[in-house]
Design a protein around this ligand. Structure first.
Ligand SMILES: *[C@@H]1O[C@H](CO)[C@@H](O)[C@H](O)[C@H]1NC(C)=O
Ligand SMILES: *[C@@H]1O[C@H](CO)[C@@H](O)[C@H](O)[C@H]1NC(C)=O
Ligand SMILES: *[C@@H]1O[C@H](CO)[C@@H](O)[C@H](O)[C@H]1NC(C)=O
Ligand SMILES: *[C@@H]1O[C@H](CO)[C@@H](O)[C@H](O)[C@H]1NC(C)=O
Length: 453
């Protein structure tokens, strides 16, 4: 069994590790900038439909809570809170919800430091003021950084992070040592997987394509709010390894990256043993699709996938077909790639009817129906066009319309992968494509999903 260990990075180490240190001065000054861009002001993304919290609001929250607190010599006072990470782009159309870590570090040997709300606010605002070195003039954002009070006596840190703190300290003052981040990056699962981070996330009809290639599989997609994630699996000696190209019998398994984190997350959403609350508390009946793309032999992989899903099945978290109806539960499993339709309809291979197929929307849908199929998908470049220019030509619009009509007539959700350009995203959403296949999660913020209509 593969065990993935979290890398815990101390915030203070982090703050001092990048950007060249400046000369020590006796007056207050910025000693370094961080590495992650945060929106400075509150903004709205997705055509104004989703409110996003900017750095200045987060500063106000921290300084109000910290006001009057005494930080003993050598000690820390910290708080992590929500902020919109704009990825260096326009925060109204680009970015992902993350956190900003604030920390006051009293480096003096004996004197204590009392936090004052006005001073705290003005120190931290310096990091986002126009023409400050940590401010971005193009999108009015900030990389945060470190403000030194006096002659390196006290540091005020503010750093953007995509993941919550290891100390379960979101929106709570933390006084026992430096705040540190949860581990996980470069296709590593977070450990421990955070269980409350989706509380304010609004689900969006996006599909996180090749999700396991994210900095943090599953977690990044759920932070964005995607209703669908995708894992490619390879069967080796009974293990389902997750990777784009054959990894052999090594690397993370579907349990490591998806099954175990989902089970923990759903158990936390259903504290009294129920099975109805999904991963997004803001829309708890929303099912999350786990699309499993079979890269190895269809029949043997099917049996291994069926077995791997047993913990989710036992907890009652899987959607299933019952008699003549689809019963929605927090997770809907869709099998793609080499997965055979014959196994979906085979009552020995799929006895609980809880693995559904991904059909081809540009081909015959004979044999596929809502009892065995959930998605109708295609490679956009083969099924419509390889041109990324928007708008689509009218013959291509017609092809899209015909395929949407065919997929919807069957009761399937329609999705395209290999969309040649993000320029086409809005047009596809407007035309009625049900799940927008995304490789760049930050760009999801630029789409109008017509949430309020
Ligand atoms: C605020 O900062 C100024 C100078 O940096 C200092 O003189 C003053 O004592 C501070 N105020 C409080 C209440 O800490
Ligand atoms: C700061 O810069 C922004 C542009 O990024 C501008 O809109 C704003 O007026 C400036 N504020 C001040 C106080 O100069
Ligand atoms: C049904 O699936 C089982 C389990 O994989 C397999 O042994 C059996 O051959 C399948 N039946 C048919 C008719 O394909
Ligand atoms: C449908 O799309 C698939 C890729 O998704 C492609 O391989 C196939 O050739 C297309 N079929 C037709 C009839 O265009």
């Amino acid at each position: 069994m593969q065990v993935i260990l979290a890398t815990v990075v101390s915030l203070s180490y982090f703050a001092h590790s990048h950007a060249a240190p400046h000369e020590k001065r006796s007056s207050n000054y910025i000693s370094s900038c961080g590495t992650t861009w945060m929106a400075r002001d509150d903004v709205s993304s997705n055509n104004g439909e989703l409110p996003r919290r900017g750095y200045l609001t987060a500063v106000a929250e921290f300084c109000e809570q910290a006001n009057g607190h005494i930080v003993p010599a050598g000690d820390y006072l910290s708080l992590a809170t929500r902020v919109f990470l704009d990825g260096g782009g326009d925060p109204s159309t680009n970015g992902i919800p993350g956190y900003v870590y604030f920390e006051v570090h009293n480096k003096q040997s004996s004197a204590s430091h009392t936090v004052d709300v006005n001073n705290c606010t003005s120190y931290l605002q310096e990091l986002s003021n126009n023409n400050s070195e940590c401010w971005g003039s193009e999108h009015s954002d900030t990389k945060g950084g470190t403000w030194q009070v006096g002659s390196d006596a006290i540091s005020y840190h503010a750093l953007g992070e995509s993941v919550p703190p290891a100390q379960d300290a979101v929106d709570k003052l933390y006084t026992n040592g430096a705040l540190s981040t949860l581990g996980g990056s470069g296709t590593v699962a977070l450990s421990p997987f955070p269980l409350t981070f989706t509380s304010d996330v609004i689900p969006l009809p996006c599909h996180s394509h090749n999700d396991y290639t994210r900095d943090i599989p599953l977690y990044d997609a759920l932070s964005t709010g995607c209703m669908s994630v995708e894992a490619d699996v390879w069967l080796h000696s009974g293990n389902l390894r997750v990777a784009h190209t054959d990894p052999g019998n090594s690397g993370p398994t579907i349990q490591d990256l998806y099954i175990n984190p989902l089970l923990a997350l759903l158990d936390a959403q259903n504290p009294n043993g129920g099975n109805r609350n999904g991963v997004y508390p803001q829309s708890s009946s929303q099912s999350l699709v786990l699309l499993i793309d079979f890269k190895s032999d269809g029949t043997t992989t099917w049996d291994a996938v069926y077995t791997a899903l047993q913990p989710l099945r036992d907890a009652g978290y899987l959607s299933y077909w019952y008699g003549s109806e689809f019963v929605s539960r927090p997770i809907t499993i869709v099998a793609s790639g080499n997965a055979p339709l014959a196994q979906a309809t085979n009552t020995t291979a799929n006895p609980h009817h809880d693995i559904f197929m991904d059909s081809r929307v540009n081909e015959s849908l004979d044999g596929y129906d809502t009892s065995n199929t959930y998605y109708a998908s295609a490679d956009f470049e083969s099924a419509i066009t390889s041109s990324g220019s928007a708008p689509l030509s009218s013959p291509n619009q017609q092809k899209l319309t015909d395929q949407l009509i065919a997929g919807h007539a069957k009761g399937f959700l329609v999705r395209y992968w290999d969309i040649p350009s993000t320029d086409l995203w809005q047009e596809l959403v407007d035309a009625g494509v049900d799940r927008l296949n995304v490789d760049d999660l930050n760009a999801v913020a630029g789409i109008d999903f017509h949430l309020s209509s």
